[in-house]
Design a protein around this ligand. Structure first.
Ligand code: CUA
Length: 346
């Protein structure tokens, strides 16, 4: 079954891109795919096992009913020479009625119990002392990731350590929304959990294998719902700790980019974006302190390259129609300086 899933995903992703995908098609093909058949964390495994169990039971029902139906259709079909009379009409058989009432009740009850057990295993899991805490805020149309214990704020690319089953360090997410309902879904790690305005939901995962796992908002949330992607980067512990240390550093101050920084700090950029240690403290858009440490732009719409960054800053709607960020309409030289400054934010 896992192989079938892999083949389906491979076929789907081998289709040619219909529009300019700004390098994302190839990039997403290279990383671990959104394959629900190859889970790498406990909640995902639980959901996979339950899904296979439900599929097996409903598969047996489907085959049994289908076989009986086919048998009835073929065996009792109209034949030449039939006398045209109605077949014998049979009413009221207590044993048969008893069987077709109790068997479905038992089946439904088994499905309810196994589902409840899976929900309990996932939702009641204790939070071990080594757990990583992340606050996830859904925005139209991007993801904000805050690490309250580590003083880190980033966007769209969540970095977490591998969780060793012997000494688990799962990641626990508090999910909230700044506007409408969204849904956090990384198929290889866990099931979906909604981000609801004025409510805090929680979920967790304990990834066993390093890798980059693709996710997608799974609740229609407006025009760019389909381009509200995310990545979970699962790293070996030491590598993740280096990432944390780098994210905790203040923004780079490259004197060569002073002109671009001046452009940034005197335009509307700073109303929506924060760069730690500068006058930019906006919170409507992603924190840009370590912008260039991220592989993608605009919640997974484009590879994060200086060329794409320039297109994005000039007019985000070229890449993501409906994006909340306005076109900045800067003079060419200002735009070049600004992008030069942004590429120093490593
Ligand atoms: Cu956010 Cu769909």
């Amino acid at each position: 079954m896992r192989r079938v899933g892999t083949v389906i995903v491979a076929l789907a992703t081998a289709l040619p891109a219909l529009a300019d995908d700004w390098g994302m098609g190839d990039a997403n093909r290279k990383i671990a795919q959104t394959n629900v058949f190859t889970t790498v964390a406990t909640p995902g495994d639980e959901v996979y096992t339950l899904a296979m169990f439900v599929l097996a039971i409903t598969g047996v029902i489907f085959v049994t009913v289908g076989a009986l139906l086919a048998y009835g259709v073929v065996r009792f079909r109209a034949r030449p020479g039939d006398d045209g009379r109605e077949p014998p009409q049979v009413y009221g058989s207590n044993p048969i009625e008893f069987a077709w009432t109790t068997v479905p009740i038992i089946i439904a009850f088994v499905l309810i119990l196994t589902t409840a057990r899976t929900i309990y295993t996932v939702q009641a899991a204790p939070r071990p002392p080594g757990a990583i805490a992340v606050r996830v805020v859904g925005h139209q149309w991007w993801w904000e990731f805050q690490y309250p214990d580590l003083d880190i704020v980033t966007a769209n690319e969540l970095h977490v350590p591998v969780s060793d089953p012997l000494r688990p360090t799962p990641t626990f997410l508090d999910l909230e929304s700044a506007d409408v309902a969204h849904s956090f879904w990384v198929p290889r790690l866990a099931g979906k959990t909604d981000l609801i305005p004025n409510k805090k939901n929680t979920m967790w995962f304990d990834p066993r294998e390093p890798g980059t796992y693709l996710g997608q908002c799974a609740e229609y949330c407006g025009t760019e719902h389909a381009l509200m992607l995310l990545r979970v980067v699962v790293q070996p512990r030491a590598e993740w700790e280096r990432w944390v240390a780098a994210q905790q550093r203040p923004a780079a101050q490259d004197v060569a980019a002073a002109r671009g920084r001046a452009v940034f700090e005197t335009t509307a950029c700073i109303n929506c974006h924060a760069v730690r240690g500068t006058v930019a403290t906006g919170r409507f858009g992603p924190d840009l302190t370590h912008l260039m440490s991220r592989a993608t732009l605009g919640a997974g719409v484009a590879l994060n390259t200086p060329e794409h960054l320039k297109i994005w800053v000039n007019n985000p709607a070229v890449m993501k129609p409906g994006a909340r960020m306005p076109a900045m309409n800067l003079a060419d030289s200002d735009l070049d300086d600004l992008v030069a400054y942004m590429t120093t934010l490593r």
